[in-house]
Design a protein around this ligand. Structure first.
Ligand SMILES: Cc1cc2nc3c(=O)[nH]c(=O)nc-3n(C[C@H](O)[C@H](O)[C@H](O)COP(=O)(O)OP(=O)(O)OC[C@H]3O[C@@H](n4cnc5c(N)ncnc54)[C@H](O)[C@@H]3O)c2cc1C
Length: 399
């Protein structure tokens, strides 16, 4: 049985970062992954360009039952540390918006940086490796883990679980990390798909289908959060950054409020058009006002019969109805698109079970959890990768 100082289960963002960090300290390190290749989510991320971090990373950009847990790692391995790594490898990147950093070329550039760091420090990567069993053994008071896998038996002093979340099962996602946590007596919270499009039904779905592909800048909010970003109509309902963000704060059966003209006071505007005696149709007046964000079909479909009315003829009730439809639409999704398209998993291994400094399980010395498998979920915008880098690097300093 081959022995390593450290075995990492899962060769994704967190696992590879941890492997590079541990191997750089001289720890013999093995990464095992059941997929045919490592880093698949890195490759598909950011539309193929990987939004690898964000200039403005704050603990407030993360959702967790314990909002303080992420602070330590995020402050010890920051976005600037990852940017320094990327600069060391000469990678070209750019800021898209709101501090989000993307590769100029391909997401594989980020994966190649991690693979080259692993190779340089001698970390070994074993793909096509299914874990059959994990046992903790004690020989002469020295505890270690023994793994039976489809690629043979291995043992290690430190075992790191970096199996990620449940989203996109076709990319290798599995519940293995949660099962390992439970095997060793750690609590795991309920898990939900997040950063995920909403599905709608009935007449709203019909309207969405007709508007599919149209993007509008909105403010979307509920009692917990508010986001000002783009909304995208789809054949199944609503997507785009605004919807993905609020989906992480949404629970089944709830509504969210959407403002399609966040920079305009529509009620006042309609009243002033009425007092001026405007006789042009509303759709044309609105188009003149904001021809970019309110695409051609949007007003016709969204306001339906109202779009053809003239401000001079509007009643107070109609002014209220129109401004509510445009600025305070209460949207009750029938659900989400689920794990098939979600970017991340809310919930996971409870942070109370882990040290925020080392990521070691308090009840199980030698067992570590990092990345998305933990109950820490970032916003859209490079925050999830930054969590993977930070937690992976920090654990790598202790394994
Ligand atoms: C479509 C998409 C786009 C995204 N874009 C971005 C983005 O641009 N920016 C951003 O910050 N975040 C993005 N994310 C989120 C980001 O990819 C994840 O948060 C991040 O990859 C989590 O890192 P991780 O290492 O914890 O898990 P993962 O990267 O998911 O890695 C887990 C690894 O564990 C392996 N594994 C799973 N089960 C087993 C098992 N039973 N045995 C062995 N190995 C196993 C998997 O094969 C995988 O290699 C995106 C996610 C998706 C789905």
């Amino acid at each position: 049985m081959k022995h390593y100082n450290c075995i990492i289960i899962g060769g994704g963002a967190a696992g590879l970062m941890c492997a590079a960090s541990a191997a750089a300290r001289g720890r013999s390190t093995l990464v095992v992954d059941h997929s045919n290749k490592v880093g698949k989510k890195i490759l598909m991320s950011g539309g193929g360009r990987c939004n690898f971090t964000n200039y403005f990373v704050e603990p407030q950009n993360y959702i967790s039952a314990n909002p303080h847990f992420c602070k330590s790692a995020l402050s010890r391995f920051t976005q600037w540390d990852f940017i320094a790594l990327v600069d060391k490898h000469g990678l070209a990147y750019h800021e898209k918006s709101q501090g989000q950093l993307f590769c100029d070329n391909k997401a594989s550039d980020i994966l190649n940086i991690l693979l080259s760091e692993c190779e340089q420090h001698g970390a070994v990567i074993q793909t096509h490796c299914d874990i059959h069993s994990i046992d903790k053994q004690s020989i002469d008071k020295h505890e270690h883990f023994e793994l039976k896998t489809s690629q043979g038996q291995f043992s290690c002093d430190s075992l790191v679980v970096a199996t990620g979340g449940l989203s996109i099962p076709t990319m290798g996602a599995s519940p293995k990390g949660y099962q390992i946590a439970e095997q060793f007596g750690l609590q795991v919270s309920d898990k939900r798909a997040a950063l995920v499009p909403f599905t709608l039904s009935n007449r709203w779905l019909d309207i969405c289908k007709q508007l599919a592909g149209v993007s509008v800048d909105v403010v979307v909010e509920n009692q917990r959060q508010s986001f000002k970003e783009a909304l995208l109509f789809t054949h199944r309902g609503l997507s785009g950054p605004a919807i993905l963000q609020i989906s992480s704060y949404w629970q089944e059966g709830e509504s969210v409020k959407i403002n399609f003209m966040p920079d305009t006071d529509v009620q006042n505007l309609l009243k002033s058009w009425r007092s001026e005696g405007q006789t042009a149709e509303l759709k044309n007046l609105f188009k003149r006002l904001d021809k970019h964000s309110l695409a051609k079909n949007f007003l016709n479909l969204w306001l339906q019969g109202w779009a053809n009315l003239k401000p001079a003829d509007l009643s107070d009730q109609q002014i209220n109805d129109i401004s509510e439809r445009l600025q305070s639409w209460s949207c009750k999704p029938s659900g989400t698109e689920g794990w098939r398209t979600a970017e991340v998993t809310l919930g996971g291994v409870l942070t109370d079970e882990l040290s925020s400094k080392t990521f070691e399980a308090k009840k199980q010395p030698g067992l570590y959890f990092i990345g998305e498998v933990i109950d820490v979920t970032g916003w859209l915008g490079g925050f999830n990768f930054q969590w993977a880098w930070a937690s992976g690097w920090c654990a790598g300093q202790y394994v």
